[in-house]
Design a protein around this ligand. Structure first.
Ligand code: SAM
Length: 229
């Protein structure tokens, strides 16, 4: 029921100009702003997407990363229709106001099921999982978005040397994240000094809406960065 909407049969069936170039309409794969996928394979885009924010929520991280890397194309994936519309409209309005943010886009997608439909093998340099739903009960741990089975899918779309960033305010979930990465043969831990010097880490800690909420409530944030071998 959560993904009864169209998605491309492969990353070659998407016209990426709909996200990153001037258009008359918003395209984000929601009910109000549908995307029409190609039925034939399209040539690869001149500038492919390199970064994905999975479960981007209200998009704070995308806007922050756009400032840090204004020439790198990045995409937020969000499962909720309304929230996706909100982010797409915010990007649209911000472009009109500032003529910036041409490198960020958002779409409604179930990343757990569809990530390989959107990104080709070895195409991404960074994948973000910020404050994912904790799914506390043991019986629903398999629904966690950072899960060893899905880490194989993420490894497929990541370039070698590409990184996964994960942050949460739930210690138990952070420990789960560490455990999933450690169990997986395709990832290695990024050294602490490298993590602390990475501006994307600072953005992930401070710029997501959920991160700001945790800050206001004086909660703790736990994070890790793992690298695709
Ligand atoms: N990352 C944002 C932040 O830090 O402010 C939002 C965090 S929110 C707690 C988790 C988000 O993940 C929600 O917006 C939810 O709709 C989205 N989400 C959950 N499962 C998803 C999936 N399978 N694919 C895409 N988004 C998903």
């Amino acid at each position: 029921s959560d993904s009864n909407w169209p998605f491309p049969i492969s990353p070659s069936h998407i016209d990426w100009s709909l996200f990153f170039e001037q258009n008359d309409h918003i395209y984000c794969n929601t009910i109000e702003h549908p995307l029409y996928f190609s039925t034939i394979k399209l040539p690869p885009p001149s500038q492919p997407v390199e970064i994905a924010d999975v479960g981007c929520g209200y998009g704070g991280l995308l806007f922050a990363l756009s400032k840090i890397m204004p020439r790198t194309r990045m995409l937020g994936m969000e499962i909720r229709n309304k929230v996706t519309n909100y982010v797409a409209q915010k990007i649209w309005a911000s472009r009109i106001e500032t003529n910036e943010f041409w490198n960020i886009g958002v779409l409604r997608a179930n990343a757990m099921k569809q990530i390989t439909n959107y990104f080709p093998k070895s195409s991404l340099t960074k994948l973000f999982f910020c404050f994912p739903d904790p799914h506390f009960k043991k019986s629903v741990h398999r629904r966690r978005i950072v899960h060893r089975n899905l880490l194989s899918e993420y490894a497929y779309v990541l370039k070698s040397g590409g990184k996964i960033y994960a942050i949460t305010d739930v210690l138990q979930l952070h420990e789960w994240h560490l455990d999933q990465f450690k169990q997986h043969p395709l990832y290695k831990e990024v050294p602490q000094e490298e993590i602390e010097a990475d501006p994307c880490v600072t953005a992930m800690i401070n710029e997501t809406e959920e991160g700001k909420k945790v800050e206001r409530n004086k909660g703790k944030k736990y994070y890790c960065v793992y690298q695709r071998i």
